[in-house]
Design a protein around this ligand. Structure first.
Ligand code: 3H9
Length: 707
């Protein structure tokens, strides 16, 4: 018997327990152990039925994702899971899956091959494979529609979101919700069904519908996938596999599923998404701030500034149930801020994201104030005032005066020095950056910026707080623009260069949208406000010296009052619903300005647009890594995926460069350096890795970020 699967006889009921911490994945040894358990159940005449469950905190969270990278074309490993589950289902004695925690992926497939399923009410069931660029590969697309009905199976497999056991019970996936002790309930259930014929999911065809009923379900699911999961192949493959279940008998349906599963498994998309899965967990690990680092309890917060960022941040805390004191300088600004928060919540209610009761409770958690004096009792403050050093220092001096000694003072600055801000206080060890992204209540990323004096406790607190807020925190060092914006600066500058050289505004945005970015760089500028960068450039001219060529269009547009969406015009013009349209006037102006500046005009292909924009990100990312402002290449990837609309199925800019091959990336960067100028000088780390035939992913993590 494998160490990972235990079997014991409980009064004629065989209790089979999978014990493979932390999540009972179906790693090597588990399927083998289950096969031995099946032999025993079948052979032992004293056994009347079996209960299958997971030890520890969960049932089975799926196949072992770490093993996927080792599977070579032609391997029978995945087909092995399918065959094993077929055997489970073929067992003549009833097998009851007892579910707590999560039955995900291969875990749910295993449970569906059992004859019955019981669960505790808060268990979750799902086929999340699409989030890894995969589809269920052990019969999930064939069994789920037979239990849950076609529409629900399509939704679960194509979107990958889990459902609660209570919903699964209503749908017929779960046979009984167990109140109280799961094991006792499952054994009692097994005794009830022992001696009865064991029903096989694969033989249940009544939920599969007919062609006329099913066609609109498939059509709308495909349309939905193309719109909401743009560029991803797995959702469409999952729908195809379920369609096969309606057209074929079970066995050929499984063969079709296996074919599509393997196609996904060996795709670049799946490799990238698996990199993202582990990356999201990796960023929480900071070598010099171990898990055991004490944290400061945060039970109430203050937010300074009720503008777009401050208001969004206040909502984030309120949504997590943390009371917020929201401060503005004058009553009109405070009222405006509260009105925006209310409107945002109303939109969420109208879209069914939140209930009215939830929103009412959250609004009560946000208490407006005009005075700093009320901040004495809060555990942490997030400052989100206008981006200017003088003002930030004024605010921090005031916060230092009024806040209790142990309170954390965080700044939402997107580029300014945390150390400089900390100088305005007597507690630099408690000063830290928490850079939320706009809109803060929607975007998942928070860059946690470590200053030279920031304590490990403050870092550990902010990292765990971001998790509590439902966000993903990534630790970064204190350089200008930190990681995300430091890379975004050259990216957006290069986009302007392309336009100066003759590329159409729309062509630049379209090329990047087709690459998979949520938005093109110029449309993003209009959304964020072109004036933000313009003001920073004016305030910090010393920071922009290194490039021999300066982009000028955005500054000129700002001089004309074209700040982007908020003024109804920027790169594009906007109607009152903020719908963008090309603006011939801007195109004519750009052409005149560029010709006057002596820049030769030419047609620029989409491929060059993508290479120049992505490789500029990669080159700056390599510098950041070498200088130590990010711990690992994957930290940069997670920042770009969650804060800048980089397509998840490309794994982030550093992963993408690794997959293209660093030699090839370097070669193109050298060509650009020759053709365009010194700002394309390749980063020394890129030169070194390319020379050694290595990748960014292979670099060891730094102990901590540079301050
Ligand atoms: C599949 O099943 C394909 C099938 O159709 C069969 C084909 C033949 N494998 O998330 P956490 C690790 S595809 C390996 O922090 P939580 C994770 O990396 C699979 N490792 O905990 C972490 O490691 P570390 C379909 C896994 O409580 C540790 O466990 N299934 C796996 O916040 C703790 O994880 C999924 O996609 C795995 N399957 O959340 C489910 N799962 O400590 C993926 C986790 O070293 N998993 N690890 O950083 C999850 O969604 C969450 O982990 C779960 C727990 C909700 C289960």
């Amino acid at each position: 018997m494998s160490d990972l699967v235990g079997v014991e006889n409980r009064d004629g009921i065989s209790l089979v327990t999978i014990d493979n911490p932390p999540v009972n994945a179906l790693s090597l040894g588990v399927p083998e152990g289950l096969a031995v358990a099946l032999d025993q159940i079948e052979k032992d005449s004293s056994i009347r039925a079996a209960v299958l469950m997971g030890a520890g905190r969960t049932f089975v969270a799926g196949a072992d994702i770490r093993e996927f990278g080792k599977i070579k074309p032609g391997s029978q490993r995945c087909a092995g899971h399918l065959a094993l589950f077929y055997r489970v289902e073929s067992c003549a004695k009833p097998i009851v899956a007892a579910i707590h925690g999560t039955a995900f992926g291969g875990g749910l497939e295993l449970a569906m091959s059992a004859h019955y399923r019981v669960a505790v009410a808060d268990a979750q069931l799902g086929q999340p494979e699409v989030k890894l660029g995969l589809i269920p590969g052990a019969g999930g697309t064939q069994r789920l529609p037979r239990l849950a009905g076609l529409a629900k199976a399509v939704e679960m497999c194509a979107q990958g979101n889990p459902i609660k056991a209570t919903e699964a019970h209503q749908l017929g996936i779960i046979d009984r919700i167990v109140e109280g002790d799961l094991l006792a309930g499952a054994i009692a259930f097994a005794k009830e069904v022992s001696g009865k014929p064991a029903p096989k999911t694969r033989e249940r065809n009544e939920e599969l519908g007919n062609a006329a009923e099913n066609a609109p379900i498939f059509a709308s699911a495909r349309q939905n996938a193309q719109r909401k999961q743009r560029g991803l192949m797995a959702p469409l493959a999952a729908i195809d596999a379920i369609e096969a279940a309606t057209r074929m008998r079970f066995e050929p349906g499984c063969e079709e599923e296996q074919r599509l599963f393997l196609q996904c498994l060996f795709s670049e998309q799946s490799k990238a998404l698996i990199h993202v899965f582990f990356g999201e967990r990796e960023v929480a690990k900071i070598p010099d701030v171990p898990k055991e680092t004490p944290t400061i309890p945060v039970n109430s917060v203050g937010v300074v500034g009720a503008g777009t960022m401050g208001g969004g941040i206040a909502m984030v805390f309120a949504n997590a149930g943390i009371p917020v004191l929201l401060k503005e300088a004058d009553q009109a600004a405070l009222d405006r801020g509260l009105r925006t928060i209310k409107n945002n919540y109303e939109i969420s209610v109208s879209r069914g994201r939140f209930t009215r009761a939830f929103v009412d409770q959250r609004m009560k958690l946000i208490r407006p104030t005009l005075s700093f004096e009320e901040f004495g009792g809060v555990d942490m403050i997030v400052e989100a005032v206008f981006e200017g050093m003088a003002l930030k220092k004024e605010v921090f001096a005031e916060l230092d005066r009024v806040c209790k000694p142990g309170a954390i003072l965080a700044s939402n600055t997107s580029s300014l020095s945390i150390d400089e801000i900390a100088k305005a206080t007597s507690r630099p060890h408690l000063v830290i950056g928490t850079h939320f992204f706009s809109p803060a209540n929607v975007m998942r990323l928070v860059e946690i910026v470590r200053g030279a004096a920031t304590s490990k406790e403050a870092i550990a607190t902010c990292m765990s707080l971001t998790k509590r807020l439902g966000k993903i925190g990534v630790l970064v060092g204190n350089c200008f623009g930190f990681v995300g914006n430091r890379m975004f600066g050259p990216y957006r500058r290069e986009a302007q260069f392309l336009v100066e050289e003759g590329a159409d505004i729309e062509a630049v945005d379209k090329a990047m949208y087709e690459f998979g970015m949520a938005m093109g760089p110029l449309a993003t500028g209009d959304l964020a406000g072109l004036d933000v960068g313009w003001r920073i450039r004016k305030e910090n001219p010393q920071l922009f010296k290194e490039a021999s060529r300066k982009a000028f269009i955005e500054d000129r547009l700002c001089e004309l009052g074209r700040f982007g969406q908020k003024t109804g015009a920027g790169w594009y013009k906007y109607d009152d619903k903020r719908q963008a349209a090309s603006d011939a006037e801007v195109s004519a102006l750009i052409s005149t300005w560029s010709t006057k500046a002596g820049i030769p005009q030419r047609m620029i292909a989409g491929e060059e647009i993508v290479e120049r924009l992505i490789y500029t990100l990669v080159n700056e990312g390599a510098r950041i890594l070498e200088e130590g402002y990010a711990l690992r290449a994957v930290d940069i990837d997670i920042i770009y995926l969650n804060g800048y609309g980089f397509p998840s199925y490309r794994g982030g800019p550093m992963w993408y460069a690794d997959r293209v091959g660093l030699r090839q990336v370097l070669q193109r960067i050298r060509e650009f350096e020759q053709r365009f100028g010194n700002w394309w000088k390749p980063a020394p780390l890129l030169v070194r890795l390319a020379g050694q035939g290595q990748t960014f992913s292979e670099l060891a993590a730094k102990q901590t970020v540079a301050a």
